[in-house]
Design a protein around this ligand. Structure first.
Ligand SMILES: NC(=O)c1ccc[n+]([C@@H]2O[C@H](COP(=O)([O-])OP(=O)(O)OC[C@H]3O[C@@H](n4cnc5c(N)ncnc54)[C@H](O)[C@@H]3O)[C@@H](O)[C@H]2O)c1
Length: 298
């Protein structure tokens, strides 16, 4: 495998492109939005700058990595000559089903089709594709260049051969792959999202404020960041979409998203990517400033 197409240049897509490019692959980064591509490339450049400043990579490595990435707004152009597609577009079932229908038409039948979905059924996505045995979940964690885990999700029809190839490829990226089966939320989000939702419910019910909830989890459970801060980093729209998949997939009310989360996403407060969520991020991500909506105890 030499050439990888990454679909979506948002939070995850640019990190996935960065990671493959830094490992020497040619990356075709595809997004419907020119603005997302520009923002994605700027994020990759500033993350590489940080690595140069820390001495993890050289200035030459940085230029080589950026030089390995080509951007496209036209999916047809971007898919030419690719060996593997990693889809990292917005977490929306119909959008992903449409993308995979297109991939099935545009790619050769031997191209492996991976999705970075956080929760949507790999089996359902694979059902859109001729030769569904080549469809697999490749669930990277945020921030991709730093986080070691890749959750590898086998759909109902995913072949052993494709699973092995993707496990080996993940190791080449210096990641640690873990194989899991295809049920709603897989493992990572089936466990993480109910915790985040519960933290939002605790805030909604006035049990404690944003800072207090996050501090309890950081200092009490040794989590590196609190669940509300983590939700802001993941994207509140992404959290809501995952909870809806869990709720619908298991038919269990325990996964129902907290009304506060629904309201925040409806109001456009999506966390870091929109500049505000439980915290205000307009000044950057270093300092924790509770959003003015929550800066008093309820
Ligand atoms: N954010 C996280 O922490 C995280 C972690 C793991 C997995 N994921 C998953 O990764 C995927 C992407 O999430 P994100 O947080 O990067 O979202 P995002 O909103 O930051 O970016 C999504 C990008 O997809 C683009 N897009 C939408 N439709 C497209 C199309 N038809 N073709 C090409 N590009 C299209 C958008 O323009 C946008 O740039 C989702 O499936 C999400 O569940 C997210």
């Amino acid at each position: 495998m030499k050439t990888i197409a990454v679909i979506g240049a948002g939070t995850m897509g640019n990190g996935i492109a960065h990671t493959f490019a830094q490992s020497g692959f040619t990356v075709k980064l595809i997004d419907i939005s020119e603005k997302s591509l520009e923002k994605g490339m700027a994020t990759i450049a500033s993350n590489l700058d940080r690595m140069v400043a820390k001495g993890t990579i050289t200035e030459a490595d940085k230029h080589q990595t950026i030089g390995n990435i080509i951007t496209y707004t036209d999916i047809k152009d971007g898919l030419v000559g690719t060996d593997l597609v990693v889809e990292a577009a917005t977490e929306n079932v119909n959008l992903k089903l449409n993308i995979f229908k297109q991939l099935s038409e545009l790619c050769d039948h031997n191209v492996i089709l991976a999705t970075n979905t956080s929760s949507i059924s790999i089996t359902q996505i694979a059902a859109q594709v001729v030769h569904p045995e080549r469809v697999i979940g490749m669930h990277f964690m945020n921030p991709v260049p730093i986080m070691k885990l890749v959750e590898i999700i086998r759909g109902y029809s995913t072949s052993d051969e494709v699973t092995q190839l993707i496990m080996d490829l993940s190791k080449k990226l210096n990641k640690i792959p873990v194989e899991v089966n295809d049920y709603p939320g897989f493992v990572a989000n089936r466990i993480l999202m109910p915790m985040i939702n519960e933290a939002i419910c605790a805030l909604y019910e006035g049990v404690a404020g944003v800072e207090e909830i996050d501090t309890v989890m950081k200092l009490g459970m040794a989590h590196p960041m609190g669940p509300l801060q983590l939700a802001d980093f993941i994207g509140l729209d992404v959290c809501l979409a995952i909870l809806r998949v869990l709720h619908e997939g298991f038919g269990n009310p325990k996964y129902a998203p907290c009304p506060l989360l629904v309201n925040m996403v409806t109001a456009g407060k999506k966390g870091v990517k929109s500049g505000e969520g439980f915290y205000s991020w307009s000044h950057g991500t270093k300092e924790l400033i509770v959003s003015s909506n929550f800066n008093k105890l309820p």
